[in-house]
Design a binder for this molecule. Sequence first.
Ligand code: MN
Ligand code: MN
Length: 323
Amino acid sequence: MSRDVDPFFQPISAMELARFAGVPTFMRLPHMTPDHPRFDDINIGLLGVPWDGGTTNRPGARHGPRQMRDLSTMIRAMNPVTNISPFASVNCADLGDVPPNPVDIQDSLNRVTDFISIMKKKNIVPMTAGGDHLVTLPILRALAIDGPLGLIQFDSHTDLFDSYFGGHKFTHGTPFRRAIEEGLVDPKRFVQVGIRGTAYNLDDIEWGMDQGVRIIRIEELFERGVPDVMAEVREIVGTLPTYCTYDIDFVDPTFAPGTGTPEIGGPNSFQAQQVVRELAGVNLVGADLVEVSPPLDSAGGTAWLGVSLIFELMCILSQSTEI
Ligand code: MN
Ligand code: MN
């Protein structure tokens, strides 16, 4: 996409204000709320969902957006591999955080849906930083109002379980089972990449396969290689509207230790970027990066990987046919 660059929507230059100075926003972009006079001109809205009320084991992802905002000030404007400059191609802004309710799951889910619904009405494509993986469910509720979406999930877990702790159906292990049941996702246009780790049982895998979900385990990704697998991913979702959800635990814990449920034997940080670059041409209507947990991230490297992947996703979103 070529157009005149809008100076208002450019990141603060590191030549004018050092990267470690000032109030951090995502990618040093302008912070805008719906009452801003130029809110309607936004194409991609970055937002945080600082909430981890769906977490079943080690918490901390509620602190993800704040640390990712901080580290995102190190991101420069151009992708060195694809030459895409998302901030020059489309208008990007930081829309702030969905205000969570830390003591009420359903209220928090509704708050996310309400926030994303405002964006959807304004044709602003959401790029969300979580939060735990349950935050994807209310995002899909807002985006799938015109019909079920395709879904590309990078994760070491399927998140397709039915319930936890005696019938509790809303956890970060269940969002995509709910999304299929609620008709938000077309299971035949749903592909999961990177699945691994010790298991409780095979209920999630078998249920997903029965629905038609394509589950690509890590062994298959490594045996076939990223380009071949991602060609199949693009084929599965086709040209219809599709959402991308990226759980940081897709990446090997050597590179992403700061997450609640790490699984060994995963992709390195280069392969983590590569799978996103292979999304070029997919009709993406939004994306998220979830499960970065700063309290478990002693050196901050996981949040840095997270925002670097958000930048890669923004490069793809900025070329999407939906914008
Ligand atoms: Mn997940
Ligand atoms: Mn996971």
